[in-house]
Design a protein around this ligand. Sequence first.
Ligand SMILES: *Cc1c(COP(=O)(O)O)cnc(C)c1O
Length: 532
Amino acid sequence: MNAPNASGWKPELGPSGTASPVTSSGDRGLQLEEPLIFELGTGANFGVDLDAPEAAPLASLGRFLRKDKAALPGLTEPEAVRHYTRLSRQNYAIDLGPFPLGSCTMKHNPRLNEKMARLPGFADVHPLQPVQSVQGALGVINQLAFWLIELTGMHGVAMTPKAGAHGELCGLLCIKAAILAKGEDRPVILVPESAHGTNPATAAFAGFRVENIPATPAGRVDLAALKARLGPDVAGVMITNPNTCGLFEPEMKDISDAVHAAGGYVYCDGANFNAIVGKVRPGDLGVDAMHINLHKTFSTPHGGGGPGSGPVVLSEALSPFGPLPFTARQADGTIRLIEEEDAPVEHPQGFGRMTAFHGQMGMFTRALTYILSHGADGLRQVAEDAVLNANYVLRSLEDVLDAPFAASGPCMHEALFSDDNLPDGFSTLDVAKGLIDEGFHPMTVYFPLVVHGAMLVEPTETESKQGLDRLIGSLRAVAERALAGDESLKSAPHYAPRRRLDETQAARKPVLTWQGHVQQPAPPIPSEIGGS
Ligand SMILES: *Cc1c(COP(=O)(O)O)cnc(C)c1O
């Protein structure tokens, strides 16, 4: 059976039409195998030549000396460099191609950002340097704070949280401090069913009890159900807007008004700010606290590429409780960074600190570079292009993949599909694995939980039409293989460094050794797709 299937998809065979030969190294051309570093090193080598230790000083260390040899792999420098380079070639990266992971906003990281972050005045600052010697770095933080306040229409910002989830914790601790200051006891935080897992986890971690708010069939927060639940025990709500179904919450202002009328606060998960930056100011929607993932909206690298950064903007009501160091709008309209020394007078109600120092300096520099190189009009275009790209994906694929909310109008910056229309036995997982064979990182799968078999595709604004067409073509081909009942899809990926893993076992019983580097034969092409 060498005939192409319904989609025309056909594995590439060797010149003779037979499966590839087995190699003795396990490598297959440029597809390189690599053992674990501990299995690679003999322990005999070392990257540098040091003088033999002098006995006398060593003896004086006495009981501090280690008894056994450290279990280090012991590689020469070229061995170490090759190890990590070989591993990196088994990986996928935003610099290789589209990375359509919904909710993650995997956009291009402009090289200008990197250049600025590497300027020695920023890259080499130490948090304990005298303050007179870091005025430039503080200026960057202040200028970025100004932009974040302006873009969100809020009153103040805590720049220190180190990721979105850390920002959520910061925002909820502000809410907690505000409630305590009023002498109230409000133990409940309401979270929509479609929320990112970090929302309920953060609320629980901050000591609140989490209750779910249902969604409407159109994928939005059920305002009536929310209003019915509000009361004197509710501290606030955590709403993601645009939400995780890729939809704007048009009733956000009504939600905020209702929550405020009941004495609560509105936390907005701002991870999807990329869809509305420069278009909508969350402050105008009644939001009291929102984290901004600099690593999503403002293009600082993430996902193995760098640390996150999650500044939290606060309303006038919550600003007094923000952690130090805290930046807020002053009476004369300027914004100012308040530090520990001035806090007793200028910021007496702050709840404490989120970090020891000022936060992720390298990410601040990158994000400010991104903002300044786009300008206000460029940022608006970021949102417009991100939304346009997602709608292009949605409308290009809704005939081959179930699109549960396609009928409710345009989406925001993410297109949501499900496996509802696929034949029995085919699922979202098969589509994701098939996309790996097509040379793409898969989209987000099985999130949000409110949609069974969800596939959340976020192309971002940085993909060109040609790039989108390639991604759409591949997704369409994989969906068509599933629709045609192509059994080979169920064992995809066939062309990745590893075949389909047992993900449950891999999480529960990880085998952290690598069996047999040299003699391991390359995986044969399975007969269903490689047979003749
Ligand atoms: C990414 C994300 C978060 C968490 O942000 P981190 O920076 O990964 O901690 C929270 N909510 C949503 C909707 C997200 O997409």
